[in-house]
Design a protein around this ligand. Structure first.
Ligand SMILES: Cc1ncc(COP(=O)(O)O)c(C=O)c1O
Length: 500
């Protein structure tokens, strides 16, 4: 469609304001800055970020500070008069941004790390610069169409039918919330609603269930088996007992990559069961879902395409900056039913059939343009590179598992799955009791935290303390993993010698 104001706006850019800025002075006018200043600042900001990224391997994967110290540095009244803009940038880069878990550090193995691509970072800058609000077709037709493109890519990677649709969200928590809303709606808003998930499911789902009004005592956390997968018999029993007692099951949540262990619940069996029982099945693939772009991941996630909804986060294993979550539902209309709410002020935004307003599919009206980062990264690098990067995480984790199995000091605690390795210091034949082992491994974790560049976190496996590596970053090499495991062995031996 012709941009009728194009000539006028170009003329404004070429106007006197810009030529005044051409002199290179810091020119501000109200809340505006001259083009030259904007470019200088953008260049400096880019330099700071690139220098930071380049320097990461030489730094620790974590840094932080106590509140009393930070309060002294940062707690202040907002200044009445502005300061030089570059000084403000430098201060953020010096005093604030580095004090964090450096998630993209090559030795970042804690929780769920992430290593965004540069086109993804730039896309966020451009989306902010163009000030996109991806709410409705009228307000953002280009961005809306691009989101449909990206959603279609996700759909195909996951093996969903063409009837599927969805939206990009802030993350997995928002995706599960939107999914539970759709589940409740499709169940007809019953009283005494119950939801089911394994004891390995992410707390995001408990929170989502609470938000939609499921009473805490109606959120059933079912036991997982020795491979940390949902116990199907326990699910069937719980549903039957609840129905007999007058409760109304509205949703079952399956792990497609549990955060602790990477375990994948029996997706085929859960689909069979939920189809037969008429219960909504949501697959939480927040971190594991992008494994589906690889052949091995597809096999591991087989059955996911039968779920009613799937949540997956591109800010985890698809190398995007925060926030980049996604929710797909098998039948796109199941989201619009609960979420599309008309308002007089928005009457002009209805373009009719085939022009979806993405805000009709979820919680947010004003929405950032998340699709751009995924699209720009994939356009720039191509899927072959993304597949290689996801596979690399799985291969390094498998290799780490082999290393642990071959170590005289370490014990593998769960099967390696989707980039996650759970293990502990426990020399074979040492005959150490559980309490001593927990103490030794907590000591090792503390040593890693304070005395090693890597950042490793822990979890509990049916109550047993475990060290856990989550190896997803495309910047991580085998040397990063091996040297971290060697550090665990060495700290472990030291802790064992003190424990005995
Ligand atoms: C398996 C799983 N589900 C859900 C979530 C919540 O996702 P988000 O933090 O993007 O809201 C996470 C976060 O790490 C996760 O690992």
């Amino acid at each position: 469609m012709a941009d009728r104001r194009k000539d006028a706006s170009h003329a404004a850019v070429r106007s006197g304001k810009e030529s005044a800025a051409g002199a290179g002075r810091e020119v501000r006018d109200g809340l505006q800055m001259s083009p030259t200043l904007m470019l200088d600042l953008a260049r400096r900001a880019a330099e700071l970020v690139v220098e930071w990224k380049e320097g990461l391997p030489g730094r620790d994967a974590w840094d932080g500070e106590f509140r009393q110290v930070l309060e002294r540095q940062l707690m202040e009244d907002p200044p009445e008069d502005g300061r030089p803009a570059e000084e403000v940038l430098e201060r953020a880069a010096r005093d604030i941004l580095p004090l964090s878990f450096r998630l993209e550090h090559p030795r970042s193995f804690a929780f769920i790390p992430s290593s965004p691509t540069w086109p993804g970072v730039l896309a966020d800058f451009m989306a902010a610069g163009y000030n996109i609000n991806a709410c409705t077709w009228l307000v953002a037709s280009g961005p809306s169409q691009l989101e449909l493109v990206v959603i279609d890519w996700l759909r195909r990677w996951l093996g969903y039918p063409e009837s599927a649709g969805g939206l990009l969200t802030s993350g997995g928590s928002a995706a599960s919330l939107d999914a539970f809303v759709a589940a409740r709606e499709s169940a007809g808003h019953p009283e005494r609603a119950t939801v089911y998930m394994s004891d390995q499911s992410h707390s995001a789902h408990i929170r989502a269930a609470r938000i939609i009004g499921v009473r805490p005592e109606c959120i059933r956390l079912l036991p997982s088996d020795d491979r940390f997968r949902l116990d199907m018999d326990a699910l069937a029993r719980a549903v039957a007992e609840d129905r007999a007692a007058g409760f109304n099951p509205i949703a079952v949540c399956a792990n497609a990559g549990a955060a602790s262990t990477g375990a994948v619940d029996p997706l085929e069996a859960m689909s069979d069961y939920c189809e037969a029982e008429g219960i909504w099945l949501h697959a939480d693939a927040a971190y594991g879902g992008f494994a589906a772009v690889t052949e091995e991941g597809k096999k591991l996630l087989r059955g996911i395409e039968r779920a009613d909804s799937i949540g997956l986060d591109a800010h985890k294993w698809f190398f995007q900056p925060y926030e980049a979550g996604g929710l797909l539902v098998k039948d796109a209309s199941t989201l619009e039913k609960p979420f599309a709410v008309r308002h007089d002020i928005l009457q002009d935004t209805i373009w009719g059939a085939d022009h979806p307003n993405l805000s009709d599919r979820g919680l947010q009206l004003s929405r950032s343009f998340r699709a751009l980062k995924i699209w720009m990264s994939v356009q720039t690098f191509g899927m072959a590179e993304f597949r290689r990067a996801v596979s690399q995480g799985m291969e390094l984790a498998d290799r780490a598992g082999e290393y642990v199995r071959g170590s005289p000091v370490l014990e593998l605690l769960t099967p390696v799955s989707l980039g996650i390795v759970c293990f502990r210091v426990n020399p074979a034949n040492a005959g150490l009791d559980g309490k001593t082992l927990d103490k030794v491994n907590r000591t090792v974790l503390a040593h890693l935290f304070w005395d090693d560049p890597a950042f490793v976190s822990s979890t509990l496996l049916h109550g047993t303390f475990a060290l856990r590596l989550c190896i997803l970053n495309h910047t991580t090499t085998w040397d990063d993993v091996r040297e971290t495991l060697e550090a665990v062995e060495s700290f472990g031996k030291e802790a064992l010698s003190k424990a005995s």
